[in-house]
Design a protein around this ligand. Structure first.
Ligand SMILES: [Zn+2]
Length: 432
């Protein structure tokens, strides 16, 4: 089977390269097993130990900073959860981020605390970001290596086109250099991550400048906003409380600020991509876009993940320029606990079929490195989710796996044999 312009529509490019060499925690059966991990200097940035991939939904005990403190009393440790929306950190990391005394509340984030008021070391969304801000940035050399490793991973997985969700100015410049030196064997759409409303002017002008500096394989598309968190760490914003809990998740932005970003970006003809996983986050976004349309302001709106979409939200998309970007493989990871966490909201999960019926355009991706970039895994997820009761996609899945502009990087295609890439061709050059 042949896929033209084989497209992974939601990835984190340098992180995919970086995480492939980092300390991996997928196989931890319980928090105590960190003691048996083999640490090496490649896991460090500066003096920070970084790891990725634990999943507390598979554990009966809760992770705690004390376990990390025993191993690393003076060195900061940040272990990211498999959804990258929570971190397990030690006392030194909390101290460096100014979170140790436990008094700080974080807008759009959650700091889990012990009975004595001290942080347990589990930080969700914006609280985790405060610690991440303290980690030294990758050097230019490291960033270049991450990008090149990412290119290799995507090409080997069969992709010739990706849509990268968390670009910044340094990365853009490095990517331009890669393309100019002829080593970028991927066509990349870039979205620039705006973290707070005070960055709006700066980020808009960055996108405009990047658009003027586009190279053959790089397109500067627009802004990316994280509006809510993720389901696994209970940050996705729901219309009902999480099962057995007294909260509905987290909103990382005020709605009026989201409104301001959409308005400004669309006035400047810039796309906006918004991370919305919970049903209520998605609904608020669509309602906000609808209000702007009434005021005569509209533009391309990309919903990232949209794991939970209610039927009434999909109806409201009519007349808006909405594109959904979904990652079937998240279903494989989330199926173990999804129903337990969200109860009957499960009926709104992974609604590609309803989007087809409503004629809302969408495409598929991996969310690498959160899920492995893998066509086989994506197709497996579609099959197994349908067998488990998620309404089955109509037609060929591969029609949602090509870039919509087939004239961009022409003569790029992937040949699949038994759902694995047998040939990958980019601009006529055989890569695999
Ligand atoms: Zn993502």
């Amino acid at each position: 089977m042949k896929i033209d312009a084989c497209f992974d529509s939601h990835v984190h490019w340098p992180a995919t390269g970086d995480f492939s060499q980092r300390l991996r925690l997928e196989n931890l059966k319980r928090p105590q097993d960190v003691k048996d991990l083999k640490f090496n200097p490649a896991h460090l940035r500066g003096d920070w130990l970084l790891g990725f991939g634990w999943d507390d939904n598979l554990w009966s005990e809760k992770p705690h900073r004390k376990l990390l403190d025993e191993l690393f009393p003076t060195q900061p440790v940040v272990l990211s959860r498999c959804d990258a929306h929570a971190s397990w950190v030690n006392t030194e990391a909390l101290k460096r981020a100014g979170l140790w005394d436990g008094t700080k509340d974080v807008q759009g984030g959650r700091i889990e605390r012990d009975a004595d008021g001290r942080p347990t070391g589990i930080l969700i969304d914006e609280a985790a970001e405060l610690v991440r801000d303290q980690i030294p940035k990758a050097t230019e050399f490291e960033l270049r290596r991450q990008l090149l490793k990412g290119v290799q991973i995507f090409n080997e997985a069969g992709y010739t086109h990706i849509r990268d969700m968390t670009c910044d100015e340094t990365q853009w410049q490095e990517a331009v250099k890669l393309d100019q030196s002829g080593v970028l064997t991927l066509a990349v759409e870039e979205y620039f991550w705006i973290r707070t409303i005070d960055q709006l002017d700066k980020m808009i002008s960055l996108v405009i400048r990047a658009k003027r500096a586009e190279t053959p394989n790089l397109r500067a598309m627009g802004l990316k906003v994280f509006y809510d968190g993720a389901l696994g760490s209970e940050g996705a914003y729901l219309s009902k409380c999480y099962h057995g809990k007294d909260h509905r998740g987290l909103l990382l932005w005020k709605r009026e600020d989201l409104h301001a970003v959409l308005r400004r970006a669309w006035e400047e003809k810039i796309d906006v991509a918004v991370h919305v996983i919970g049903d209520e986050a998605a609904d608020q976004l669509i309602v906000t876009a609808g209000e702007l349309k009434e005021q005569g302001v509209t533009g391309p709106l990309h919903l990232e993940h949209c794991e939970l979409l209610r039927a009434d939200t999909i109806k409201k998309m009519k007349g808006l320029e909405v594109y959904c970007h979904m990652q079937p493989a998240h279903w494989l990871s989330d199926r173990k606990w999804l129903k337990d966490k969200i109860g009957d909201l499960n009926e709104s999960a992974f609604q590609w079929r309803r989007l087809q019926e409503a004629e809302v355009p969408f495409d598929f991706g991996s969310d690498a490195p959160i899920e492995r970039a893998s066509i086989g895994r994506l197709l497996q997820a579609l099959r197994e989710s349908a067998d488990a009761g998620i309404p089955r996609l109509l037609g060929q899945a591969t029609s949602y796996m090509s870039h919509s502009d087939l004239s961009w990087a022409p003569n790029s295609f992937t040949i699949l044999e038994e759902e694995a890439p047998a040939q990958v061709v980019f601009r006529g050059e055989h890569l695999l």
